[in-house]
Ligand binder design. Structure first.
Ligand code: BTN
Length: 255
């Protein structure tokens, strides 16, 4: 990166300064984003931290958040029924996997529901929280952790980072700015695209289908072949007793 500083200040995002909230160190960007959402912050507000002391993962895991990674939570206010909110995470993981491929030449794939893997190793995870009325989402806070210039492998042997793959660092602000541009446009266009079409596009990049997997939810563990992801974003698991289980939330381990 030479002498160009890898900063994530509002001034690093021309045109978006008002919506970028930068912190050097926080427990979790999710907590700050929730407060801001309750206080009425606008759609596509971005809460960024250089480090998190209590970074949260899905299913009550922690998320290692050392210096050099990209940790942010987006406050989103889409015109969506709560039942349809799953599509946001599919769009986000699709956009990021394509961006890593196209701009960084990294062979990224998506693992159900929203992880991004490179050669079987995790480079990005997503966590979302939502508040809604019966018919309308009030906000969805989408937290994204990307291993960029950090090296998570000492604590997470099954993880990787852009720097590990490429042998050199990249500017996090460029990655984030590109992601915000593309993701924001896709959200704007969401009304005119069927969710089945988004899931179909997502499936072109998935590493999950036709694999033997173990699915862990908060209350059970299932194994089988991941045969499809339906138009509602649920994973269809073919089990050894011949039945197919529809799984709407869980964590997926490739066996
Ligand atoms: C997972 O794969 O389990 C999800 C990881 C999500 C991590 C991000 S980092 C930014 C945001 N703040 C958090 O505390 N978690 C999310």
């Amino acid at each position: 990166m030479g002498d160009i500083r890898d900063t994530l200040y509002p001034a690093d995002f021309p045109g978006r300064e008002d919506k970028i909230k930068y912190y050097e160190k926080v427990p979790s960007t999710m907590d700050i984003a929730r407060e801001m959402a309750h206080a009425g912050c606008p759609h596509l507000t971005v809460v960024i931290a250089d480090r998190q002391t209590k970074g949260r993962g899905r299913l009550k895991r922690t998320w290692e958040s050392d210096q050099g990674g990209l940790y942010f939570t987006l406050v989103l206010r889409p015109r969506l029924a709560p039942m349809k909110s799953y599509i946001i995470n599919f769009i986000a993981s699709l956009v990021l996997a394509k961006l890593l491929r196209q701009k960084y030449d990294i062979p990224a794939g998506v693992k159900w529901p929203n992880d991004i893997l490179v050669n079987g190793k995790k480079i990005c995870g997503m966590l979302s929280e939502m508040e809604a009325e019966t018919q309308q989402v009030r906000f969805i806070n989408l937290g994204i952790g990307i291993n960029v210039n950090n090296d998570p492998t000492a604590v997470e042997p099954k993880a990787t980072s852009i720097k590990r793959i490429q042998g050199r660092g990249v500017l996090r602000k460029n990655l984030l700015a590109d992601f915000l541009d593309i993701f924001g446009s896709r959200l704007d266009a969401m009304d005119s695209v069927a969710s089945g079409d988004i899931i179909s596009e997502w499936k072109q990049y998935t590493v999950t289908l036709n694999q033997r997997v173990r699915i862990v939810t908060t209350h059970e563990v299932s194994e089988g072949i991941a045969v499809d992801v339906d138009d509602n974003g649920a994973l269809l698991l073919a089990q050894s007793d011949g039945t197919t289980k529809t799984i709407v939330y869980g964590d997926c381990f490739l066996l």
